[in-house]
Design a protein around this ligand. Sequence first.
Ligand code: NDP
Length: 304
Amino acid sequence: MTAQLIDGKLIAQQVRDEVAAEVAKRLAAGKPRPGLATVLVGDRVDSATYVAAKQKACNELGMVSYHHPLPADISQDELERALRELNADELINGILVQLPLPGHLDEERVLQLISIEKDVDGFSPLNIGRLAQKGRDPLFVPCTPYGCIYLLEKSGVKIEGANAVVLGRSNIVGMPAALLLIGKNATVTVCHSRTKNLPEVVRQADILIAAIGRPEMVRGDWIKPGAAIIDVGINGIPLFNEDGSPLISEKTGKPRQKLVGDVNFEEAKEVAGFITPVPGGVGPMTIAMLMRNTLRAAQIQQGD
Ligand code: NDP
């Protein structure tokens, strides 16, 4: 392996330790415990798992999580009323609405309603709008792209002047990641499903952020030697027995899967200068940055 491994688990733990220390300092100074409201509409198992992990992190770092499970058939009006109450609640510094929402709800209106000072996910149109404008800073940056940039900076990768390629243009990852890179003076190309000659475009990248949800699509020969690779993708691929039958977990009775990124790690690590693994790269950063944003929300609201 020639690439330097970017250890997201370790860096995320450092961020969490810093947040915990700052929270402890605030409590010792008599300031209130930072509070995060988690809003979960419906009973999607994956969403419930993500929310539980965020609540757990909050509690571990000395902050409080206030969980608001809401029924899948809640009306738009009822959800908006619940959010207005959270906006007004002084115990709550950050509001996280777990996405996706059930199809009958208007996600854009919901995100618009969250007070910009409590928008710790950074998805409100106001925060994203500020991110997109030159010379204006958002109060909060979306957690996964924030984590990607943090990993690059912590690893000493020079962003200014670099050719950066972002694979994917979603509102959650690709687009805000591209905006952040532009803000840090990279020259950025954003690719998507209609991009032509993708391998050729990727070969120009000093920095590659891959967020497409396509298992191991980026091959080693797409990578510019020495490039920094941030692999956001989390893809489950099935595992098989030697006879080709699906490998079944003894514990759960379900087919076993292996997690891989959007980049073929084995190939890319021989060419790249820096690379994140999957799992253990970007994944742990998302919650760490949410915790950082929640602390920052408390600091802003308490006038620090
Ligand atoms: P989306 O499905 O919302 O977006 C995927 C993007 O990739 C789209 O812009 C799409 O293009 C583009 N795309 C899809 N297929 C191709 C292709 N063959 N070639 C080029 N571009 C393509 O995904 P997300 O942004 O939500 O997530 C991306 C990945 O990151 C997923 O694997 C997800 O699990 C992971 N993820 C990880 C997180 C973490 O904490 N580590 C957090 C969030 C996501 P188009 O716009 O044209 O459709």
